[in-house]
Design a protein around this ligand. Sequence first.
Ligand SMILES: Cc1cc2nc3c(=O)[nH]c(=O)nc-3n(C[C@H](O)[C@H](O)[C@H](O)COP(=O)(O)OP(=O)(O)OC[C@H]3O[C@@H](n4cnc5c(N)ncnc54)[C@H](O)[C@@H]3O)c2cc1C
Ligand code: SF4
Length: 526
Amino acid sequence: MATHEKVDVAIVGAGASGSVFAAVLAKAGKKVVVLETGPDWQLSDLISSDFWGRRIKTAGAPFLLEGKNPFGYSYQSGWGVGGAALHYFANLPRLLPNDFKIRSEHNRALDWPISYQDVAPYYDKVARDIGVSGNARAEEIWRPAGEPYPMPPMKTFRNGEVWLKGFEALGIRMVPAAVGMNSTDYKGRPACIYDGWCHIGCPTGALSNPLVTYLADARKAGAEVRARSTVTRVLTNRQGTRVRGLEYYDAKKERQVQEASVVVLAAWSAQNPRLLLNSATDRHPRGLANASGLVGKYMMCHYSSGTWALFDEDVQNHLGTTGAQFMSYDRYGKTAHPGVFGSSFIVAGSALKTSDLGGFANARLDLFGAELHAFMKRAARGLTRIGAFGEELPNLDNRLELAADKDEFGMPLGRLHHSFDQDAVGLWNANFEEGLRIAKATGAREAWSARGNMPTIHLMGGTIMGTDAGNSVVNSYGQSHELPNLYLAGPGIFPTAGASNPTYTIFALSLRGAEQLAAKWRAVDL
Ligand SMILES: Cc1cc2nc3c(=O)[nH]c(=O)nc-3n(C[C@H](O)[C@H](O)[C@H](O)COP(=O)(O)OP(=O)(O)OC[C@H]3O[C@@H](n4cnc5c(N)ncnc54)[C@H](O)[C@@H]3O)c2cc1C
Ligand code: SF4
């Protein structure tokens, strides 16, 4: 075992949230080490093929899945430098003001300890940092005004445009989607070429993955990224009052210790609580930062109601990006659909490949042989899809625990329990019904719901923020209530999920937390 020279900041995970902390703190002159369990991916590893693309998907110790609606984590998590954000779709909508005060306004779920106005300046700053394309003015029919996006909206294609007639018929306003992709050259990165391979990583750098944004800044400022380093425990001092570093296993599976003044856990919603629970000591018998008993609790996700439509015309469904072309918050009110509770966020228009998750080979699972062949021939030109994401409310029973089974380093596996409640199922169904009404109003030849098992998308919660150690794990900056030099980053700190994709908010909250840490460094690094 080796003990590495003490650094200012040790970060676990080189994905979306860890990269932001690394960039801000390295630029503030701190010595930063990022420990990342997976490989050190480069843009040249991103090959535009669904078969090659499998290499960059999640790996490592599995989670044990339980409950009525087990989390489909393998599709959503990341592995290696860049994390899941290496191959995300870069839809970057934000939360809205109504997400932050659900308890106060509806006596349901939880309030955030901050409001939309606290996060808004960071949305604007992230947009400038990473490059966001969109039309902020158009979005401002639903939210307070902010800065314009640094790039105009992306191009649209027939596969998105054919839906507009249907949305208009139902009075649903669609605006250009906000995406982390380049509609023009931006900061030395090229404009998008609309070939639709984003889901397995954009090899040109047109998509704002961490490699070409925050992590590049961090490395330039001197941060070290140590790939193939799997963290297993957060180490504390003898009194249990502060963290002192991390235990990890290197590429040769040898145990190492990295000492640090501050530790940031940015290993995603499921891994962060697993690490905290596995770091229990005599002083913290239930796991670190867990006086509230809430570590691993209130795990949440989104679910999507997709609607397929088959047109006679060629909708050029191979063109575009994997992100959306249009979006709408017109069903974002918590009671927008009668009889059920929660927000819905609508998207339309994206490139389809043959066999990727949203690809047309998966559009009619009931067809085989000659019938499937005939369908695929028509679908290759005429098929397109819309989707509505739904909000799941926080529920104590949806949780991560440690299992008795262990991984190759002797660390207990995480067990994820998850079941949807009646509100979620009701909202899922309401969005399917509305999707079909929209599709029928487009004049499509055929339309059907993309039903299957209820999907679990974008895992959030598990280390939620709140006002104190009685009701939460961290404060609004991600700082542990109990261990002042321990920070948590990522969607795990959301106390509610909203319905919009989470990563814009992950970037914004990480930027807010990292800037606060840099500003009050002396108070934290005692
Ligand atoms: C296909 C796909 C499409 C998506 N599309 C969108 C989208 O359009 N919009 C959106 O908002 N979001 C999208 N997401 C989700 C988005 O990628 C995540 O919300 C975001 O990356 C989460 O950030 P994070 O920092 O918490 O985790 P990650 O970015 O996943 O980073 C966590 C990192 O920690 C590492 N790690 C884990 N455990 C350890 C350990 N023990 N030791 C060391 N390192 C460890 C992992 O290898 C990983 O690199 C998508 C995700 C996928 C997979
Ligand atoms: S569509 Fe654009 S963002 Fe997506 S992979 Fe191609 S160039 Fe990159």
